[in-house]
Write a protein that binds this ligand. Structure first.
Ligand SMILES: O=C(O)CCC(=O)C(=O)O
Ligand SMILES: [Fe+2]
Length: 320
């Protein structure tokens, strides 16, 4: 009997590289160089883009909501993010899954009603990025998302995905992601797959974690870029860039972050991007605001609407 030939040895797994975000602040003075880097890398990172005091004021308001719901440990100052693990885990998975942001729908709606939450995305230091990048008038999508990623056992890190299937409209919609407070890697910040935007739309499969779908990764896709975020740092990327969250290593902390979208005002936008990211109406969201200037601001713009296409979230195999 001939001895069976042993199976071929698999090639050594490609090491997962973990390069650090490159700060693009100096390129804001050189739009062509900024665009070239964006085309090359599929992301831009800016240190200390937002004033720390404004981000921390946002943090205090979010944490006050977490506190009122009884999920924060006692004895901390207004900026402390220590969570009562047992208290948060008394919530059922059903209560948690009515949102995928890390807290119940009631708490999330309170965040959505905060005027500051809708004002911070219009900060001139953020708008400067997109005016420079697009070279024309910017539309800030009013549909902002807050993440209050608590240590509830049902929370899993956001899986690798592109934002395009969830947002649609122009493919040149950019997401800004920023932590609301310091966010070292150990707290589960966002990481991007370098240059992944060049592949265009990629098929999705159902997955656990925010959004509910993931792009299956190919073996060569290992060049993740990450970093320890400080308060005020901002990561931004176009809607074909694959990104995911790192796993939070702590059982007693909340990761607070915001994600916000920007596009050139003369490109198509899908109408859901002009609706709140929760079942509240704009009237309900605006009910307690002190100022009117940011209410329905997009209605002043001659926007071009595009249709929603369910096909982008139909599971399909990805061929590597
Ligand atoms: O914060 C997260 O876990 C997910 C954020 C995200 O996917 C985004 O900002 O597009
Ligand atoms: Fe995303």
């Amino acid at each position: 009997m001939p001895t069976p030939t042993p199976p071929p040895t698999p090639p050594p797994a490609r090491p997962i590289s973990k390069a650090e975000f490159v700060d693009s602040t100096p390129l804001l003075a050189d739009p062509a160089a900024l665009r070239a880097r964006a085309d090359e890398d599929g992301y831009l990172f800016f240190r200390q883009r937002l004033p720390a005091d404004e981000v921390l004021a946002m943090r205090a308001e979010m944490l006050a909501i977490v506190d009122r719901h009884g999920w924060r440990q006692p004895g901390q100052d207004a900026l402390g993010g220590l969570i009562d693990y047992d208290a948060i885990n008394r919530l059922t998975e059903e209560e948690m899954h009515r949102t995928d942001v890390g807290v119940t729908a009631e708490a999330y709606h309170e965040v959505q009603r905060l005027e500051r939450f809708h004002r911070l995305p219009h900060h001139p230091r953020l708008l400067e990025i997109y005016r420079t990048l697009f070279g024309r008038e910017v539309l800030v999508h009013p549909r902002h998302i807050a993440r209050l990623v608590t240590p509830h056992t049902c929370m899993v890190p956001t899986p690798p995905h592109q934002d395009f299937p969830y947002i649609q409209g122009t493919t040149q919609t950019w997401t800004a992601w920023f932590p609301v407070g310091d966010c070292p890697r150990s707290l589960g910040g966002l990481t991007v797959l370098r240059a992944s935007h060049r592949q265009g739309y990629l098929p999705v499969q159902p997955a656990k974690g925010a959004g509910g779908f993931a792009v299956p990764l190919c073996p060569a896709e290992t060049e993740w870029i990450e970093g320890d975020y400080a308060t005020g740092d901002v990561l931004t990327f176009p809607s074909y860039t694959i990104h995911k969250a790192l796993r939070c290593q702590f059982k007693d902390r909340v990761r607070l972050s915001m994600d916000v979208r920007y596009q050139a005002a003369d490109e198509p936008v899908e109408s859901r991007s002009l609706q709140p990211h929760c079942p509240l109406t704009w009237e309900q969201i605006y009910a307690g605001w002190q100022h009117d200037d940011l209410k329905y601001y997009w209605r002043q713009l001659p926007l071009q609407l595009s249709a929603w296409d369910d096909g982008y979230l139909k599971p399909q195999r990805r061929i590597c």
